[in-house]
Design a protein around this ligand. Sequence first.
Ligand code: ADP
Ligand code: ZN
Length: 431
Amino acid sequence: MFWQEEIETIDSKNLEKLQLERLQKTVRCVYENVPFYRDKFKDKSLKPDDIKTLQDIRKLPFTTRDDLRLNYPYGLLAVPKNGGVVRLHTSSGTTGKPKAIFFSKNDVNQSAELIARCLVMTGVKSDDILQNMMTYGLFTGALVMHYGAEKVGILVIPAGPGNTERQIALMQDFSSTCLHLTPSYALYLSEVMESKGIMPKRDLSLRRAYLGAEPYSEETRKKLEQMLGIDIYNSYGLSEMNGPGVAFECINKDGMHIWEDNFIVEILDQETGEPVTEGQQGELVLTTLCREGMPFLRYRTKDIAKIIPGKCRCGRTHKRISRILGRVDDMFIVRGVNIFPQQIERVLMSIKGVAQNYQIHLEAYDKMLVKVEIEQDFFDGNIEHLLILKSKITEKLKSEILITPKVELLEPSTLPMSEGKTQRVIDRRTL
Ligand code: ADP
Ligand code: ZN
């Protein structure tokens, strides 16, 4: 099932032609309307007419988060602020001050179109009901998904996050079939369901959930799919690119299709800014092709991913990117070793007995403590089992990250749980 079959299955020749036309238009637009870009072009002695092929994208300047902050709030608008834009979003501010993002009427519509493609790609039909458990408000996550689902024509329950008992009641009363939420909240939700004796397969009508807004591993997906008895699809987006709907998994769950008629994707070496060899991981850099209010050239997302080679069985021709393997800002160093929180998560979630939540504490240059919740049974049973589990966790972590962390086992629901993005790493070394 397709939402816009022709564009979703476009062949490479036509896609490249369309991308080039849209790139040239975007370049002309920012050159004429955004002084920030005009200055950058001048610095490089570059004119819009110099962009003659798609490869010429490499001549274009990068845009960074700092550029957004320095030009806050209106500096990067390509249309008049009065009459040209109809909606403001800000990024959730996980890292530093928020960034202001404006949508024109067409941007609102286009972001909804992309979500509609994504939902239909996972099999959504008119009898589906989406319970949207992302935060409504300045964050793009909920509203953009909401508009997209309405475009498909399905019922949306604007639940927002939190109040987990009410969420479950909504699922029961209105037979929600799809959920949209963060992975950390999904883990919490499954824990609450378990503690209340709710068996999703028996008691609810859920079919699938869309998880995004923060990184999670394949192990977490599998764990949640098993606990909730549903299909879980990865959803990637960022406010700077209209929010969710940038890249999304199809039913094959083998990488996320990134909508190349809307974005040009580059994977670059984060240090040198040069392209990595195809299939290698690097920083995802995106250029918008359809944005009106705030077009961006070569935006450095700071998200690490790689391109998945080959064609997808679903028939869509748009490239697939891997799961986000990390965020440049999330990486921390212990005893000279570079570590991403997801490496820890992947190990923990693959171990039987580990429950839903964990935290990483960095206490000194060489001291790392992993606090991890484990299933209640282990506390109620034999202490030896607890010790065996602890050394298993320590060993497995050591073989992944090459240093031996201290491990502390906790009962379920001990660590704080966030409804939005969860803080996994607590770095006291800089305090
Ligand atoms: P921020 O968190 O920077 O304040 P946003 O709320 O716009 O801004 O969040 C976008 C960021 O969330 C992305 O750049 C990425 O790091 C992360 N993110 C979004 N979706 C996913 C996903 N499916 N997997 C991993 N990370 C994701
Ligand atoms: Zn596919």
